[in-house]
Design a protein around this ligand. Structure first.
Ligand SMILES: C[S@@+](CC[C@H](N)C(=O)[O-])C[C@H]1O[C@@H](n2cnc3c(N)ncnc32)[C@H](O)[C@@H]1O
Length: 299
């Protein structure tokens, strides 16, 4: 008897080998089947708003302003991405990462590539290793890579494991890891198995619901090697809209926040290796000196 996760994994791998037309069809089918009625409703509303804006083809604000983008997203709401309000709490961390001039980004749970491709665009010498297990997301990621012509510098992978992570990081001098993988951070951010994490900047989304106590555990694991700043998610307001876009108070939830999608982060850890945190020239931006930047939930 074949164990069903094995069957599922074989199926996912098989999708990558289908001719493009079939691959798009199968992925669209999976996407539509796996969405709840509520998610479909939010998607529909978001689509109407996007159409009303004239379907912008590039990100309108934020650290990746100007990046040509696809017209959908995976694992997160689309509108905040195209408008540039997506995870805007993390802007100081993204700028600090850029200022550190990393030579390698390992993006675990890359989805359609907002960070993987966005950072590859901002840092022309950056190499990227993007791990993503969900076939429809990988398909979108390939599209975004093509659209931004960063293909030669971005390599795709499926499952990330501590061994693969160590293998990638050990060859880099100034690596950065962005990790947003629905609780798998507990199994991946393990300095005992991945010693090269000690040299890396880490931006980790904490999924307490999937891995209860993960915040405390990561603090314990990383405190000896990193300075940790916590960025809690905060509610969006009309003032967060990109310049020139008028958003009514009743639209904030749909347009600027992650509502309508279940994977809503409550906080992130930005971890700077102590070695580089001691060098002010690499960190021109102060990123949350007090550690926590005010609590709040999204609208
Ligand atoms: C919330 S989404 C990521 C969103 C993405 N960081 C962004 O900002 O656009 C989480 C993704 O992690 C992927 N994932 C979960 N565990 C993983 C693992 N061990 N290796 C690679 N990808 C993983 C899922 O398939 C999912 O697409």
């Amino acid at each position: 008897m074949i164990w069903w996760p094995v069957l599922l994994e074989l199926g996912k791998r098989g999708i990558d080998h289908l001719p493009a037309v079939w691959r798009y069809g199968v992925c669209a089918y999976i996407e539509s089947r796996w969405a709840t009625a509520e998610q479909r409703w939010w998607r529909q509303k978001a689509q109407e708003f996007y159409d009303g804006l004239g379907r912008p083809a590039t990100v309108l604000s934020g650290p990746f302003q100007g990046m040509p983008y696809i017209n959908r997203s995976s694992g997160s709401a689309f509108l905040p991405k195209i408008l540039g309000t997506y995870e805007m709490e993390l802007r100081p961390a993204v700028e600090a990462i850029c200022a550190a001039q990393p030579d390698l980004l390992v993006d675990i749970g890359a989805a359609e590539g907002y960070y993987a491709v966005g950072l590859a665009r901002r840092l022309p010498r950056l190499r990227v290793r993007a791990y993503e297990i969900y076939p429809p997301a990988r398909l979108m990621l390939q599209e975004l890579i093509r659209l931004n012509r960063v293909g030669p510098r971005v390599r795709l992978g499926r499952w990330c494991t501590p061994r693969r992570l160590e293998c990638a990081l050990s060859e880099a001098q100034r690596p950065v890891v962005i990790c947003d993988c629905e609780g798998a951070e507990d199994d991946l951010i393990l300095p005992t198995q991945t010693p090269s994490l000690a040299r890396a900047h880490l931006l980790v989304e904490l999924h307490e619901a999937a891995a209860p106590g993960i915040g405390a555990r990561l603090k314990e694991r990383l405190a000896p090697t990193h300075r940790i700043t916590e960025y809690p998610a905060r509610s969006r307001t009309v003032a967060d809209a990109p310049p020139g876009l008028v958003v009514e108070p009743g639209q904030v939830r749909l347009v600027l926040s992650e509502r309508g999608h279940p994977a809503v982060a409550q906080s992130w850890y930005f971890c700077q290796p102590l070695e580089s945190a001691a060098r002010p020239s690499q960190e021109p931006m102060a990123v949350g000196e007090a550690g926590r930047l005010g609590r709040g939930r999204r609208a």
